[in-house]
Design a protein around this ligand. Structure first.
Ligand code: SF4
Length: 197
């Protein structure tokens, strides 16, 4: 089951009615749970949860400390392509901008990897624009294999893939995924750890 299939379940979901039915008790119950369901998370996005922001922040803080401790992880981003089919107005890479476009070859990626690794950085975030025709899964897989020779951790911030392709990148050595989905009425910052999947 991919994320796409999960989100598709909500294509005709009546969010307004759901939110209208959420009470503060429902919000409290969600906040008290160890493990939240999808509808618990939705309850926390409802107007009834607006008075519980401090409580949510405290719980988020406690969970962050629980899972990550007092650590700071430094990583360095490496764009291997600036081709993109999208038109996000805030982004210089959007396809309407007449800029020079470049997709690094594997040899060029290795040159960058060596230079970055020489600085002592051990965690890398590999990025592309959204242009699967230019940076297909085979290319990304090769790039991850290559980068894993130089870095303890390689995360990816690319375009959405299906489950099989995520699995390929996982097998190649990718251990983290950042996926930003931004639309005018809602910004979801979905950060999944794919370690162990
Ligand atoms: S999809 Fe990403 S790279 Fe492409 S225009 Fe939007 S923000 Fe920029």
């Amino acid at each position: 089951m991919s994320f796409y299939h999960e989100i598709k379940k909500y294509a005709h979901f009546d969010f307004q009615s759901f939110f209208a039915g959420v009470t503060t008790d429902r919000v409290e119950a969600a906040l008290a749970k160890e493990k939240l369901s999808e509808q618990d998370f939705l309850a926390l996005l409802s107007p009834a949860a607006s008075g519980s922001l401090e409580q949510m922040a405290a719980k988020a803080h406690q969970l962050t400390r629980q899972y990550f401790g007092h650590t700071i992880q430094l990583f360095i981003p490496l764009y291997i392509s600036n081709f993109c089919a999208n038109l996000c107005v805030y982004c210089g890479f959007h396809r309407g901008n007449a800029i020079s476009r470049k997709k690094l070859s594997l040899a060029e990626i290795e040159v960058e990897a060596k230079a970055i690794a020489a600085t002592g950085m051990r965690h890398l975030l590999l990025l592309t624009g959204e242009a699967p025709g230019v940076t297909p899964i085979d290319y990304l897989e090769d790039a991850v294999w290559l980068l894993k020779k130089y870095f303890a951790s390689v995360s990816i911030e690319i375009f959405p893939l299906d489950e099989d392709d995520y699995h390929r990148l996982r097998l190649a050595g990718a251990d983290g995924l950042t996926l930003y989905q931004e639309v005018s009425w809602l910004i979801l910052n979905i950060v999944y750890s794919i370690t162990g999947t």
